[in-house]
Ligand binder design. Structure first.
Ligand code: MN
Length: 309
């Protein structure tokens, strides 16, 4: 079945040799997502930059932000529009081989959900794309502004679109500190660029989550999340053990009375989440740990409660 995203991903695929790079070709079923995700990938290519990507129309609309996002509203960061990327690129972290397009190490620097302000299609067209971000590091209102009339001509193809990425004034705005200086490790594996390049195993989830969400003014910059000293560690809630969920029973008649609720059974997977503060485990109905398979929903669940659930 042809998807809308197939046409949008022509440029993306034309630039890459998928026998050489481990980047996704964008053919997996993940293109079905209905959510509004956003990701930021720190990309140590010829020139270090941050790729800011938002989900729309089954692809990731993308901008290369040279200096990275700043949560100081006075900073206007140049964001060059680049080709649409497949949705599953949003989970990519690793190294693109030298000599290939975009060769260098890619870090998952931030991820989360976004709420568009207004119609995102019209906003993209008008070059005034406002949104509220719920990431580990990028939070609150942001805007991407297309500097129309300031696009750069290229030898071939359409002109290069120059946009600006700007933080709006809100409670997440900061005067001096910039997020890219404070956070230099992956929200996915906890490693810095060197660690990712070496292909190190991901750090413990609880360590990564604690570092990735540390965002208050009182906290000092955290580069590599060192495990807290045992004596000073805050007492964390205990992770609830797996409990077998109640299963459906096939009956021939719908039960009557006000004690029943009905819901449509959508096809797909169901799992239970055990939460203790920012530690999250996802279980299948037989108790298999599927946290890794559904890691995209771990960050929002990790923000649900300071206690256990
Ligand atoms: Mn890039």
């Amino acid at each position: 079945m042809a998807r809308q995203s197939d046409g949008l991903l022509k440029d993306y695929r034309a630039k890459r040799d998928f026998t050489k790079t481990q980047e996704p070709a964008g053919t997996s079923a993940m293109g079905k997502s209905k959510g509004y995700r956003f990701v930021v990938q720190k990309h140590d290519a010829t020139r270090l930059h941050y790729d800011f990507r938002i989900e729309l129309d089954g692809v990731l609309k993308s901008w290369a932000v040279t200096k990275g996002p700043s949560d100081n509203p006075d900073d206007k960061r140049l964001a060059v529009r680049v080709e649409d990327h497949p949705l599953d690129y949003g989970g990519f972290e690793g190294t693109i081989p030298e000599g290939e397009y975009g060769g260098g190490t890619v870090m998952l620097w931030d991820e989360g959900t976004r709420e568009p302000i207004g119609d995102p299609h019209a906003a993209l067209q008008d070059g005034d794309l406002k949104m509220v971000l719920h990431g580990h590091r990028m939070k609150g209102e942001w805007v991407l502004v297309h500097m129309k009339g300031r696009d750069s001509k290229r030898k071939s193809g359409p002109p290069r679109e120059n946009w600006l990425l700007i933080k709006h004034k809100d409670k997440y705005a900061k005067q001096k500190e910039t997020t890219v200086e404070r956070f230099t490790n992956s929200v996915s594996t906890g490693h810095d660029l060197a660690g990712i390049a070496k292909g190190l195993k991901p750090k413990k989830r609880s360590t990564i989550a604690a570092d990735a969400t540390r965002h208050s003014d009182k906290d000092k910059a955290v580069d590599n999340p060192l495990p807290a000293k045992p004596g000073r560690r805050k007492r964390a809630a205990n992770l609830p053990a797996f409990r077998a969920p109640q299963l459906a029973t096939l009956v021939s008649d719908v039960p009557a009375g006000g004690d029943w609720l009905f819901e449509m059974k959508y096809d797909g997977y169901r799992c239970t989440a055990a939460i203790a503060g920012d530690t999250v485990r996802l279980f299948t109905r037989t108790g298999k740990d599927w946290t890794e398979q559904f890691k995209a929903i771990v960050p929002p669940l990790s923000r649900l409660t300071k206690g256990s659930a």
